[in-house]
Ligand binder design. Sequence first.
Ligand SMILES: C[S@@+](CC[C@H](N)C(=O)[O-])C[C@H]1O[C@@H](n2cnc3c(N)ncnc32)[C@H](O)[C@@H]1O
Length: 354
Amino acid sequence: MTSPPFGLVRKKDYGNVDAHEYVEWFKPFGAAFRSALKPAGSLVIDIGGSWIPGQPTRSLYHYELLIMLCHEFGFHLAQEFFWWNPARLPTPAEWVTVRRIRVKDAINCIWWLSPTPWPKASNRRVLQPYSDSMRVLLAKGYKPMLRPSGHDISDRFGTDNGAAIPPNLLALAHTESNSAYIRFCKEKGLTPHPARFPSEIPEFFIRMLTDPDDLVVDPFAGSCATGEAAEKARRRWICCDLVPDYLEGALGRFQRKAGERYSAPVKSAKASEDAFYRAYRPGLMWNGVEEDALPKDGGAKRPPALKPNVSKPPEQCAVTPGSAQMALLEESTPYRVGRRKRAKARRLKEGKNG
Ligand SMILES: C[S@@+](CC[C@H](N)C(=O)[O-])C[C@H]1O[C@@H](n2cnc3c(N)ncnc32)[C@H](O)[C@@H]1O
């Protein structure tokens, strides 16, 4: 289970590889992973996409990586997952907030690969609560029928199995700002790792794909979120990284007293606000009215700064406590907007920015 350095344009402190060299750079790791894995084992790679420098189009490097690992090293793609981080900032600002020609990139790809088509796995380990509509359906009873798509849904669909099978979309806001790990780094004067994933991501795959006492390895471990998840799930684990300070900080994840165990998450959390995220249906704010013409040059010429559009959302978008959750999450993101940016936003709001 790992999240290697991404092929980034704007590089992090620990140094990233250029997207166009990425696949070659990764090959020795691919060979090592293939030879180390047991036949029923899995290789899970969390990898973010990247933009081509200077233009609003995407690099294909993470897809090329996937294809290379399957074609050259004989991995099978067991399934692709997508991690949606609802708290992701709208970047790159030039394409997303200035020219308004792309949307927020809020997804990481997670490639679940295996050396055989039959890695050990069970979705029963990662069930989630039924949605409200599924509960109603289960309570009222389900009438078997042929769906418009041609799917013949049997009466077994109406069986209450206690919980739902999750989709391959993992929704998880990355807003950690006050964890034991962060506090430990502060105490020790260490900079927290700049590109962590929440430990719930490795935890999902570790529980679904391994048994207690199996060995979990994260070769690009950073702050050892994988180690923390493996420890919780009582798997054996090895984490390594090139930067000693990251591993020094990672010790903060393992400061329990002797004999103290990780407790299971509180079950009632499934009813709480941060147990799920709302994703709006596309088109919810469109009321059928023609909008301004699209820029014929695709946004190649930078538009003059406009006053912010503060049109009121239509009636059906009334903000309920539930739907306010997304906005709150975005506000609570740990990444601070710089003073200059805040001042500019204030000027824009006051209409002083031309
Ligand atoms: C995306 S970060 C991983 C973050 C980690 N998942 C976490 O939650 O903290 C990638 C890490 O790979 C490390 N790294 C880069 N090249 C490496 C190499 N050749 N061997 C081991 N680690 C390496 C970097 O120092 C960085 O910490």
